[in-house]
Design a protein around this ligand. Structure first.
Ligand SMILES: Cc1cc2nc3c(=O)[nH]c(=O)nc-3n(C[C@H](O)[C@H](O)[C@H](O)COP(=O)(O)OP(=O)(O)OC[C@H]3O[C@@H](n4cnc5c(N)ncnc54)[C@H](O)[C@@H]3O)c2cc1C
Length: 427
């Protein structure tokens, strides 16, 4: 990670205590950066580090995936996805009444004029992800976990491929080198792929993480070596009315000079006690992992129509994707795992699914596809760092640097206005 200049390290920081709530990738990287800058950081999570959404994602450093998902093209395809039994989107009908206000804002955001600007704001968070992670992995002595690579988006139908062109052209406009490749070249690159795939986009200069949790844990070790403290406690409430924020856990009350909220999709719940209603939803996603796949895949591949990925990881091929709108409380739905397993088989017909495992994760998503990286509206000593939707792994290193800029009251290295929670009415 870009180091802070020595002049930014202040001895005064040694007397400042910071609590970071949430030891996912955003919380761990933020805690590390703050600890580097000399603060006394306590990281709190109700589980061991890296067990939340950061555990099971597809591992892709999706530098060019900056187009907000709430875009006209996605929204126009959504009704057909809902009707397909193996489609990438499903809504739990009993949850619909709860999610209607968010869905309404999501659809509205898709047709707003600032779509391009929002995409550029996401791009500023994603762009340096590969180099930032490579530097972190080097420091953590696990360089082999981060692989710079190309990336394929593949389609069965010409119609699907053509629908993907709008998104690819937007990426090309920001300088990404993307080639349309034909069936022959596609199957030369990835011989195990089903012959049903006839079209593809080939994107260079991306990267992926071969084991997201192992990387997170290796980085967490740096945090501990620098003197950072971790406690496994459940945060029950936070109080922000007084200048020193207070965190109450199942074990004790702790006050601190600065508080960082990085609890992913659970951040709105953590902040409930402050009285601020954070309009954060969760897009639940799944993975289906095959530890002895028996077929080779050389790079991450996305099915551009069914919207799922396969990533060749250290512990097998991980198929990941789906969006299930059903809130934070419903457990893993076997039916959704079956959908992903059957999509996996249709992508790599000879994949061995013996001893496969499955997982459900909660993506934290605001309706406009931007995260919250900002001071809390009610207390300048509280910083929000959550809402990175489908891109939290990719955006985390830059988010951590911005969190540290905000805490240190430096000029942030990027324009952070687009990530301010105050963009939502009533906050
Ligand atoms: C299927 C799937 C595939 C994905 N693929 C990619 C990808 O390829 N690339 C990419 O960039 N992103 C991807 N993502 C998104 C990415 O995984 C998330 O955006 C990211 O992990 C969010 O990180 P986080 O640190 O904000 O949240 P989390 O990792 O969820 O961490 C939040 C932490 O807060 C803790 N917490 C919550 N409540 C409390 C409480 N009350 N007290 C104490 N602790 C609490 C949780 O235990 C958790 O550890 C994917 C997501 C899914 C679901």
């Amino acid at each position: 990670m870009t180091q802070v200049a020595p002049s930014d390290k202040s001895d005064d920081n040694k007397n400042s205590s910071i609590i970071v709530v949430g030891a996912g990738i955003v919380g761990v990287l933020s805690a590390l950066q703050l600890q580097r800058e000399g603060y006394q950081v306590t990281l709190i999570d109700r589980e061991p580090p890296g067990n939340g959404c950061s555990f099971g994602n597809a591992g892709i450093l999706a530098r060019s995936s900056f187009i907000p998902l709430s875009s006209p093209s996605t929204l126009l395809q959504a009704p057909s996805w809902l009707l397909k039994p193996n489609g990438p989107l499903c809504v739990r009908w009993s949850y619909l009444p709860k999610i209607i206000p968010w869905l309404f804002s999501y659809i509205k955001a898709g047709f707003k004029k600032d779509l391009v600007e929002r995409g550029e704001a996401v791009h500023r968070l994603t762009d340096e992800s590969v180099s930032l992670y490579m530097a972190l992995a080097k420091e953590a002595d696990c360089e082999s976990l981060v692989a710079p690579s190309d990336y394929l988006q593949v389609y069965r139908s010409k119609e699907g491929f053509e629908k993907g062109q709008g998104d690819m052209n937007a990426r090309r406009r920001l300088g990404f080198a993307i080639r349309d490749i034909d069936e022959q070249e596609l199957h030369q690159l990835e011989p195990s792929l089903s012959k049903d795939y006839k079209y593809a986009h080939h994107l260079v200069d991306h990267g992926f993480v071969k084991d997201p949790q192992a990387l997170l844990l290796a980085i967490f070790e740096i945090f501990k070596k620098l003197g950072g403290q971790f406690v496994e406690e459940n945060v029950l409430s936070v109080e922000t009315a007084q200048s020193k924020p207070v965190v109450t856990t199942n074990i004790q009350r702790r006050d601190c000079d600065k508080l960082i909220i990085a609890a992913g999709a659970f951040s709105a719940r953590v902040l409930k006690s402050t009285g601020i209603k954070i309009p954060l939803e969760t897009e639940r996603g799944y993975h289906f992992s095959c530890p002895q796949p028996g077929v080779d895949v050389s790079r991450p591949i996305m099915d551009g129509e069914l919207k799922f990925f396969v990533t060749p990881m250290n512990n097998g091929h991980r198929f990941a994707g789906l969006v299930e709108l059903a809130g934070l409380d419903l457990p893993l739905q076997e039916q959704r795992v079956k959908v992903l397993a059957s999509s996996a088989k249709s992508m790599l017909p000879n994949v061995n699914t013996a001893n496969s495992t499955s997982w459900l994760g909660f993506r934290p998503t605001f309706s406009d596809s931007l995260p919250a990286i900002c001071k809390a509206p009610d207390n300048e000593h509280v910083v929000y760092a959550f809402g990175h939707q489908h891109l939290g792994l990719t955006c985390a290193p830059m988010t951590a640097l911005l969190v540290a800029d905000i805490v240190a009251q430096r000029q942030p290295r990027l324009d952070i206005e687009p990530y301010d929670i105050k963009r939502f009415k009533g906050i």
